[in-house]
Design a protein around this ligand. Structure first.
Ligand code: ADP
Length: 483
């Protein structure tokens, strides 16, 4: 069992207090590197989730809103608490997610960056009067909090994803009911411990509910007191939330699946492209929605690029992330492992060939999947059509710019994309042609707090980060005044 001063309570948090889990229902949290159960966490009832919504409602202030200074202080306090506890939060994150310790601790810094960004730009949410005077009135635009929000997060960034949502929600003055993924609730409990100890937010401003997604989702979708949900996760669940909230026309911010193209032209710096692909693809074990999923390489440089990837991949170390210097941890669970294996098997059966890695039959026990590169991938293969969410690098060859833009867009998703070329005009054309919310030119870097990030098409709606993200949790209200 995991021991930590930040995990003294393993229950929910409602109205400024830890719940007592009177019913005694719990679920197990595993360390994916060892398979051990490391904690038993409260599985909450429908009435507790309703209590959390009621607590949120009691913290919402409309007629006497929390001042910008007050909200800024909450954000600064959370940022400072995360930075001061980066090692311990990162250790907890590493143990329940499996990503290497340095990456887990880096994620805590990343999370602190969102609270920092919102604290520095919160003034943008102040009311303003617009200069034009149509008819005989002046118009003031106020940014009102949407209300109590449901924040639902996945397991792949246990602190990063909540930071994006919660920073903007608090900046807007929105209370929230937060549901972490059941694979990684401990990092969230650690965050609540820090918020409990280091901030003076009013009771009910932040509430933690854990347990069955169907129970929690039902309350959040059906309650008229929750006018907005911000969700990151699968497109399948995102679609369900759209349907389940349609009657009430709830505001939704959805960051859903991806199927990122990573395009390498023949004039690209191949070493830089290979380094960036490795950093991008193997982040979080390949289990992120911004990880390259289809690697399109110009046919003239395909062999050279494949060799560079193989050279790098063959040096990578795989193991328990807590042991400091590993490059790649385990996959999150058996279903995740089996999916990557199925994608590899399917590609090899349909004519792809192995450039680096192991044959499916040589994969050992446990959830450790070796970094693997395959080539001659085609559009009918599962690894091309579906998001693999694992350390498999599938290369497909292309000849022309038009062909690769069309191939890149040949997916229902539109989250992240990457293009490597030495030709600036081509980069601009390709970026404009790709229907993706993010297009990295000669970089595989993902979102940062300063820039709006989100999806087109079935990858979702809304943006997180940047001023666009800051404005997600407010409603603009116009108050014209006559003379
Ligand atoms: P992943 O495949 O990354 O686990 P999911 O979409 O299944 O993505 O889950 C993302 C988050 O959404 C998790 O916190 C999960 O528990 C939650 N979730 C799953 N189903 C529902 C639902 N019906 N209502 C609300 N939340 C849900």
């Amino acid at each position: 069992m995991i021991e930590s001063p930040l995990l003294e309570k393993l229950n929910g948090y409602i109205g400024g207090r830890w719940t007592d889990n009177a019913q005694g229902n719990t679920f197990d949290v595993f360390n994916p590197a060892t398979g051990d159960v490391i904690a038993k966490v409260a599985s909450m009832s429908e009435s507790e989730v309703e209590d959390a919504v009621a607590a949120g409602k009691s913290a919402l202030r409309l007629t006497s809103p929390y001042s910008i200074e007050t909200r800024r202080k909450w954000l600064e306090d959370i940022r400072d608490a995360l930075k001061a506890n980066k090692e311990e939060v990162g250790r907890i994150l590493c143990m329940e997610h499996g990503k290497p310790l340095h990456e887990a601790q880096g994620e805590v810094d990343y999370a602190a960056g969102f609270f920092d960004y919102c604290s520095k730009h919160i003034q943008a949410l102040d009311a303003h009067t617009i200069p034009e005077k149509p008819k005989d009135c002046t118009w003031t635009v106020h940014y009102r909090p949407v209300g109590v929000t449901g924040l639902i997060t996945p397991w792949n960034f246990p602190i990063g994803m909540i930071a994006k949502k919660l920073s903007a929600a608090l900046a807007a003055g929105c209370p929230s009911v937060i549901k972490p993924a059941s694979e990684t609730p401990l990092t969230m409990i650690a965050l609540f411990t820090l918020m409990d100890q280091h901030t003076d937010m009013p009771d009910g401003m932040v509430n933690l509910v854990m347990g069955k997604a169907s129970v929690i989702g039902k309350v959040l979708c059906e309650s008229p007191d929750v006018p907005m949900l911000s969700f990151t996760g699968s497109t399948e669940v995102g679609r369900k939330l759209i349907v389940d909230t349609a009657d009430q026309v709830k505001k939704l911010a959805l960051e859903l699946g991806g199927n990122a193209p990573f395009i390498v032209f023949d004039d690209a710096d191949l070493d830089a492209a290979a380094d960036n692909l490795i950093a991008n693809k193997f982040r979080g074990g390949g289990q992120t929605c911004v990880c390259a999923n289809r690697i399109f390489v110009h046919e003239k440089v395909a062999d050279a690029f494949g060799e560079k990837l193989a050279e790098r991949v063959n040096k990578m170390t795989v193991g328990d992330g807590i042991n400091g210097d590993v490059d790649l941890g385990p996959l999150i669970n058996k279903a995740g492992f089996d999916k990557v294996k199925r994608h590899l098997e399917d590609a090899l059966e349909q004519g792809a060939s192995l450039v680096a890695g192991k044959q499916p039959g040589d994969l050992g026990d446990g959830l450790f999947f070796p970094p693997t590169v395959i080539t001659d991938v085609t559009r009918d293969m599962c690894c091309y059509r579906e998001e693999t969410f694992g350390p498999l690098v599938p290369m497909a060859l292309f000849r022309t710019e038009e062909e690769v833009i069309e191939a890149g867009n040949d997916t229902e998703f539109g989250l992240a994309s990457y293009v490597f070329t030495g030709d600036a005009e081509r980069a601009q054309r390709v970026a404009a042609g790709l229907r993706f919310g993010h297009c990295g030119w000669n970089t595989g870097t993902g979102p940062t707090p300063e820039a709006p990030f989100g999806g087109m098409k079935a990858s979702g709606t809304g943006r997180e980060g940047g001023l666009e993200g800051l404005f997600e949790f407010v409603e603009a209200q116009t108050v014209p005044r006559g003379f």
